[in-house]
Design a protein around this ligand. Structure first.
Ligand code: F6P
Length: 322
């Protein structure tokens, strides 16, 4: 049986483009004859019944806004057997026949568990980290990269003016994609990611010394947050090279801001597809990008996939930043 009333929620860290996905779910749902409920603060809203009926105008004026109009949360209570049961009971009480969950891997595990408790769920990948193995792309990644590049371009001005080295930490949890793409785009001397082991002397000091001999006087080192402490690294670089070095942690600024065209478009297509799946009576699916196409996979299979890191691109980055 296909759903009559669906709900949409955002869960985990927010990401620019989540609003565009919510908008697509609401509009596609209502125009196909469904009632659409908005759930506030992720799975917490399903535990407490913090839901409201949405209409076509509830999602006006949000496609260009960062954050999530539904708010988001990480929900320790939902991550228990009892929590999942409580949320499923609340869905039944509120007449919710299906849920679209926009978030990362943790949110997908929740969607799988809620489906197991009898409420059909569809996941949409929303996280700036691009760390979901089953999808080439996650909503928010493009905006976060562009934000990081804008920030580092500013940093470059002052780094260059002072003949300094800047060690910059970018987000990504345990994934180096944000660091790799950003590092290439800003012409970083070295990019450190959790997926590739590095040697301090060979990959940082020797590269700096080599390029210094060719006339380079300022340096940008990009470090993925999963690699470790940028201030310690900056101190060690300064001690070894004598070059004044500063550490900068970009932090949560990377999670905000108006989504780029790519994030708006991908989010819109994924949101629409999620509703089509529920209308077709499907559940426990995740909407992903594979070979640049939007397709759907079983959530359990998607969660079992292993991420691959683009080592070729990583090697290219280091060959040309010299
Ligand atoms: O998953 C998105 C992300 O911003 C990661 O890059 C980062 O590790 C984490 O969330 C930070 O989480 P919080 O907002 O809870 O500090």
């Amino acid at each position: 049986m296909s759903a009559k009333t669906i709900a949409v929620l955002t869960s985990g860290g927010d990401a620019p483009g989540m609003n565009a996905a919510i908008r697509a779910v609401v509009r596609a749902g209502i125009t196909s004859g469904l009632h659409v409920m908005g759930v506030r603060r992720g799975y917490n809203g399903l535990l407490t019944g913090d839901v409201f009926e949405m209409n076509l105008r509830s999602v006006s004026d949000i496609i260009h806004r960062g954050g999530t109009m539904l708010y988001t949360a990480r929900s320790p209570e939902f991550n228990t057997k009892e929590g999942v049961q409580k949320a499923a009971d609340m869905c039944r009480k509120l007449g919710i026949d299906g849920v679209v969950v926009i978030g990362g891997d943790g949110s997908f595990r929740g969607a799988r568990d809620l489906t197991g408790a009898g409420i059909p769920c569809i996941g949409i990948p929303g996280t700036i980290d691009n760390d979901i193995a089953s999808s080439e792309y996650t909503i928010g990644f493009d905006t976060a990269m562009n934000t990081a590049v804008q920030m580092i371009d500013r940093l470059r001005d002052t780094t260059e003016s002072h003949d300094r080295c800047s060690v910059v930490e970018v987000m990504g949890r345990r994934c180096g994609d944000l660091a790799l793409q950003t590092g290439i785009a800003v012409g970083a001397t070295t990019i450190l990611v959790p997926e590739v082991e590095y040697d301090f002397q060979r990959d940082i000091i020797e590269r700096m010394r080599f390029t210094q001999k060719t006339g380079k006087k300022h340096f940008i080192i990009i470090v993925a947050e999963g690699v470790g402490h940028v201030s310690e690294l900056a101190d060690s670089i300064e001690k070894q090279t004598g070059i004044e070095t500063r550490a900068t942690v970009l932090g949560h600024v990377q999670r905000g801001g108006s989504p780029t065209l790519r994030d708006r478009v991908v989010a819109s297509e994924m949101g629409y597809t999620a509703v089509e799946l529920l209308n077709a009576g499907k559940s426990n699916r995740v909407v992903v990008m594979r070979k640049s196409e939007i397709v759907d996979l079983d959530i359990t299979e998607a969660l079992a996939m292993k991420r691959t890191f683009d080592v070729d691109l990583y090697n290219i980055a280091h060959k040309i930043s010299i």
